[in-house]
Design a protein around this ligand. Structure first.
Ligand code: ADP
Length: 485
């Protein structure tokens, strides 16, 4: 198994048809913890995107012709190479993205788990033999890889958002072209180095770092050879890209924004509720699409919850990702800081109160935001309606189960939801009525390769992971064979 260092995994060119392709035009990648330049990366243009799609198209036939076992074995070799190099991959990710190294290594394991899982699914998937509809005929449904796929991924999970798409594509017998986020292309390119080393064939996976998101996006969504497009990012961009896919009737899956409620009922186990709330809120400094956005607390326990959260937030350690023992690192860029401050200020102007934090931790650097607790938030404030994507806990109150449900569902989004209760009847009622694709009950960490990750309403279409994830990269073909006596 090749053993790498961060340095030997640092790749700066596009990866097309198994080759590293440099370009004159380059863009810079910085460390958000200290502003240092990490690398100047190939800035792929639309012509390179077309070349990548051609490579994926050329690789498609031979990849589909492999047996399921051959594909699964190559995927498992890739999985093992990633796990064997998780420390170096984690350090590289922490450097470009800012999350603590331990959390980054955790993401590498999580990301790799999708490759392992879908290697298994590649071997298990099957079609269906149908009941005989006529004496002289036999019919069955076959499931086949859809063809060339394209993907655009975000910066908050620079590894896992890629493997969650590439793994099911490969398992289904598809080839793929990915444009990673401009802010975090290095984790994506390091994955390509390992894929090449373990023998994933040329052209099966192609990686296009680029600062020209819109122009590349146009090629990836409109090119006639592309059959499926998959995206993780904001709802606004997702809608535009889905519209672009419609001209070629391409299959889409979309993992978009959320506005997760976390309801604490008066019968909740508060020790557990606070622990799970912190896990769901402060991972990646609040920059995940399933981060808690609105904490809804029953009137009768609001003071108790505030006091407990104040004590817990005072304990959180903030610092650069390579410092031992930190809970979270910097936000990704100045725009993220500006947005957090604007949402907070608007809330305060409308009557909310900051109980702790609320500022940039200047002694650490311009992108570090203090653990923040805001209370007396109302549903009409922008902080309740938009994704905060920062380490800010925003507390609202309710006084009945019906009100909690109404508040929780009053959003066009429906990605994750959470609630805490010890009453099994309430658990069953609320679980049925919350409008979300993923629900944590007395649980704040809900992602796993076995679970179906996906949203309802404007949070997306389709799922990633689980036994359902493979179908997103397949087409069904009903075959009828005649001529029987
Ligand atoms: P966020 O940056 O909040 O994660 P975005 O939706 O802006 O969400 O970005 C997610 C991904 O979409 C990134 O890879 C980004 O480069 C890409 N992207 C942003 N705007 C466009 C666009 N108009 N067309 C294609 N891709 C885009």
């Amino acid at each position: 198994m090749p053993q790498h260092t961060v340095r030997s995994l640092l790749k700066v060119d596009a990866f097309i048809d198994g080759n590293w392709i440099p370009s004159e035009q380059r863009f810079s990648v910085y460390n958000p913890a200290n502003g240092e330049l990490i690398a100047e990366v190939c800035d792929a243009d639309p012509a390179l995107a077309e070349r990548a799609i051609d490579a994926a198209y050329k690789a498609l036939g031979p990849w589909q012709a492999k047996t399921a076992k051959e594909r699964a074995e190559l995927m498992r070799a890739w999985y093992q190479a990633i796990v064997a190099n998780k420390q170096a991959l984690g350090e590289l990710m922490s450097r470009e993205q800012g999350k603590p190294i331990a959390e980054a290594v955790g993401e590498i394991e999580y990301g790799a788990s999708f490759i392992d899982w879908f290697a298994g699914e590649a071997e298990r998937h099957h079609g269906e033999v149908l009941a005989r509809s006529a004496a002289d005929k036999r019919s069955w449904i076959s499931k086949q890889g859809i063809g060339v796929c394209t993907a655009i991924t975000p910066w908050n999970f620079p590894n896992a958002m890629i493997t969650r798409k590439v793994a099911p594509a490969l398992a289904a017998g598809c080839t793929i072209v990915v444009k990673p986020a401009q802010l975090t292309p290095l984790s994506a390119l390091a994955l390509m180095q390992l894929a090449a080393e373990v023998g994933i064939p040329q052209g099966v996976i192609n990686m296009l770092p680029s600062s020209q998101a819109k122009a590349i996006g146009k090629v990836l969504t409109e090119h006639p050879r592309v059959r499926k497009f998959t995206f993780t990012g904001s709802t606004e961009v997702g809608k535009q890209l889905m519209a672009q896919c419609s001209s070629g009737m391409k299959k889409v899956s979309m993992e978009l924004g959320g506005n997760a409620p976390f309801i604490i009922f008066d019968d909740a186990d508060l020790d557990l509720a606070i622990e799970q709330l912190l896990a769901a809120k402060f991972r990646n400094a609040g920059q995940t699409c399933i981060s808690v956005n609105r904490v809804l607390v029953h009137d009768s326990i609001i003071s108790e919850v505030e006091q407990r959260l104040l004590r817990a937030l005072a304990e959180l350690q903030v610092g650069p990702g390579d410092k031992e023992g930190i809970d979270y690192g910097p936000l990704i860029n100045q725009a993220a800081i500006d947005k957090a401050q604007k949402l907070q200020q608007q809330a305060v102007d409308a009557g909310a109160k900051v109980l702790c934090g609320g500022d940039v931790l200047h002694q650490l650097g311009p992108l570090f935001y203090a653990p923040t607790l805001i209370t007396a938030v109302t549903p009409t404030m922008a902080i309740s309606q938009e994704e905060i994507f920062a380490p800010i806990l925003a507390l609202q109150q309710f006084n009945s189960e019906a009100e909690a449900l109404e508040l929780a569902n009053a959003t066009p989004f429906g990605l994750a939801g959470y609630f805490c209760s010890s009453d099994y009847r309430r658990i069953a009622r609320v679980a049925e009525q919350l409008q979300c694709g993923m629900l944590g009950i007395n649980a704040g960490a809900i992602s796993h390769a076995y679970n179906a990750f996906g949203g309802v309403k404007e949070s997306g279409i389709g799922v990633e992971g689980s036994s359902l994830g493979l179908a997103e990269y397949q087409v069904t073909k009903t075959i009828t064979l005649g001529g029987f006596e």
